[in-house]
Design a protein around this ligand. Sequence first.
Ligand code: FHN
Length: 440
Amino acid sequence: MKSLLVSALGALFAMPLALAKPDTQWFQDARFGMFIHFGLYSIPAGVWNGERMTRNDYAEWIRYQQYWPKPGGIPKAEYDGLMGKFNPQGFDADAWIREAKNAGMKYFLITSKHHDGFALWDSKVSGYNVVQGTPFKRDILAELTAACRKHGLKVGFYYSHWLDWEHPGGAKPPWPELKEDPVYPQPTQEEFEGYWTGKCLPQVKELLVNFSPDFMWFDSWGNATNSFLSKDRLGRLISLIRETKPDCLINSRIGTKDGIDYLSMGDNFFPTKGFDQPWETSGTLNHSWGYHRLDFKWKPTPQLLRYLVDNTSRGGNYQLNVGPTDEGVFQPAAIRRLREIGAWMSVNGEAIHGTRPAKWPEPKWGRLTSNDADKRLNAFVYDPKPGAMLTLQGPDSPPKRAFLIETHEYIPVTPAEGGFSFTLPANLPDPDMAVIAFEW
Ligand code: FHN
């Protein structure tokens, strides 16, 4: 009996510890962050020996996508030659973080190590890194982390834990996915274990100890879970993070939805409904994640703003990616978009930051967010028509005050069946979206 009681009490005290998860409030309040893909692949930028890469045209994949569908890709020794050329003289951590901050972004995420295995910090675990292997010699993560702290942005690291093309035990491209794909021999479980304990776990520990990141962003998809990312391995990785930096958030693309803090959607995937857990979408400004000199598929700012509003209204975040050039600077097309978003956010950010989904049904004419337990609603009217009368279903009384956030022009409201109606102004400052505050 006594031992039963002791074990019951033990279980009770053990439970909160076992279940202890970091607070995700800052992440949910933030809503908008910057993602960066930067590394050796930023030098060829999608073109190798005058030939444009094929298949998915993601510049950071050039090592294995050059000459596709011929097998082999770029020989490792040839790819490693990029280390001697990596010297981004225009890199200015403060300028990058100021650009993020001015865009209304509250956090910053960068590829500490992408699939090619090259690390952007002074890793003692592997010399395949920016400080030991390149003429640049500067610890990029150290400079960026300091700039984030200075400007009040949270900081996180992308770490390719599954694919690693530098370590012999790291996983290779998970092909064939298309019928044209060459087959890449994968390491054995023992070889992968050698990579896991010899590079992945110690490098993640280094990141946690050296930089105290606020979150980690791991990357896996498809069959990664069945092959190499076993429950046991993921358990060891998650425990390492929890023990070393208990408040560090972890995303679901680590390979499991158990014991993590937020869900990561597929790339550029914007769901039509929210989730019970915090979540985010990572998206590109153009097509490629890493800088690609022939990628001209830039998305217009109004489209990027809609992604932000859609996700926010459904309780999700948006991590917008920039691929800096081999010089270490943002392309003009990226800067223009970031600054246009920033101008919009400087006016309408109060309807984005710190908000939660409204409890009312999503209207056909746009999206809703709420501040302060629905004492204030923000309505984003898409493609607004001057003078149009619209109805919001849900609230049982019309708001006391309604105004266009940008101009503070008063918006007339009247009671309506199941909610209230409001009339858009005759002059709308933005033909793409009208952002209105309703206050009770
Ligand atoms: O293969 C990567 C890709 O290069 C890029 O890093 C994206 C970002 O979400 N993740 C993988 C594909 O999903």
